[in-house]
Design a protein. Structure first.
Length: 355
């Protein structure tokens, strides 16, 4: 893929995700009867725009997000169509609608791929598909002196240190729990049981201990209802994986922390990763778009000032206390939050450049 085409693909991906997010605010506001004054992609100086009816549609110079400007949201009196003139429940839906669409996109992507092409998953029970010749499993000694050395492709993993292995996560969990101490891996081969002593090694890429086994993968086909259920489950698993990864970065000193070499990526790092995935073609890119959309939705729904979650938090406070927070004070909190947010973006961007 040429550099120009790659740049165009990246711009279209990020613009599409931003437009999806802002469309959630836009459509829900229109349905509620709230006046939408502006729909912008990007921040900063306007590159071009067009007024259609009561709304200005604009593209701005800094492609780090976008915004929908709603009448009266800044605390000014905008009449009966102003944001604050509407019931709390309508305002809450308008605020969270953008993130809701971002969270829904990966569900739709998972559903489409599973329903059309089937679902790639680890063979059950877990079977060895291949081995990494540089890792210990391929030459692990057999517990029986006369037994054959080395785990082989086609072996079915039965247990690790006596813990049953029913899915890949079981294998990963018990190997990683060893912290590098030798483990016993029991397999079934041609109807016979073999047990091996394997010493896991630390893997920088995965951030855990491994023995060098790559499980066999098969394609399963499902009906629409099963595909829908699996798509929701996969989205939930991805969300859990994101938060689990952040927790691991924050607590595992071997990974270097949130701002370390494997830490949180800023705009530069995200663009670089997107470019690498895009070079691999559509089969890799489509799920990654879902991951980007999911990440944007999760970040925006955090209860941090200036983000959608921060504004939703003020609505929750209003519901609890029975009256709104003073608009001027709320705006000041959001301004401070925005300054902190841009500072954090600058910090992670600096780390991206150092990487």
């Amino acid at each position: 893929m040429s550099g120009a085409l790659l740049a165009l693909v990246i711009v279209l991906i990020f613009s599409g995700i931003i437009i999806l997010h802002e469309s959630g605010h836009y459509v829900s506001a229109k349905l509620a009867g709230i006046k939408v004054e502006q729909f912008s992609v990007g921040f900063g100086p306007m590159l071009f725009g067009r007024q259609r009816g009561e709304t200005l549609y604009a593209v701005r110079a800094i492609p780090l997000g976008g915004f929908v400007k709603l009448a009266g949201m800044d605390g000014t009196d905008a009449g009966p169509r102003g944001f604050n003139a509407h019931p709390l429940w309508q305002r809450f839906i308008v605020i969270v609608a953008g993130s809701a669409l971002n969270l829904a996109l990966p569900v739709l992507i998972f559903f489409g791929t599973i329903a059309i092409a089937g679902d790639l998953d680890y063979k059950a029970p877990i079977e060895v598909g291949s081995l990494d010749s540089t890792k210990p499993a391929v030459s692990a000694p057999n517990v029986m002196p006369s037994g054959p050395a080395g785990i082989r492709p086609g072996d079915v993993i039965l247990s690790v240190d006596g813990h049953p292995v029913n899915q890949y996560n079981d294998l990963h969990r018990w190997v990683n729990a060893s912290n590098g101490a030798p483990v016993t891996v029991t397999v079934r081969r041609a109807g016979q049981t073999q047990t091996y002593t394997v010493t896991p090694v630390y893997d920088q890429d995965s951030g855990g201990f491994v023995i060098g086994i790559r499980p066999a993968i098969v394609t399963y086909h499902y009906g629409p209802l099963q595909a829908a259920g699996l798509s929701i489950q996969r989205t939930g698993d991805t969300i859990a994986g994101i938060f689990g990864g952040i927790y691991q970065l924050a607590t595992d000193k071997r990974l270097g922390g949130l701002l370390g070499p494997k830490g949180i990526e800023g705009p530069v790092g995200i663009v670089k990763t997107t470019a690498q995935v895009a070079q691999g073609g559509g089969l890799n890119l489509i799920p990654f778009i879902g991951f980007l959309s999911l990440s944007l939705g999760l970040v925006n729904i955090l209860p941090f000032p200036a983000l959608d979650g921060g504004r939703a938090a003020f609505l929750v406070i209003e519901a609890i206390r029975g009256r709104p927070v003073d608009p001027a004070r709320e705006q000041m909190v959001h301004y401070v939050g925005l300054a902190i947010l841009f500072g954090l973006i600058g910090l992670v961007t600096y780390n991206d450049v150092l990487r």
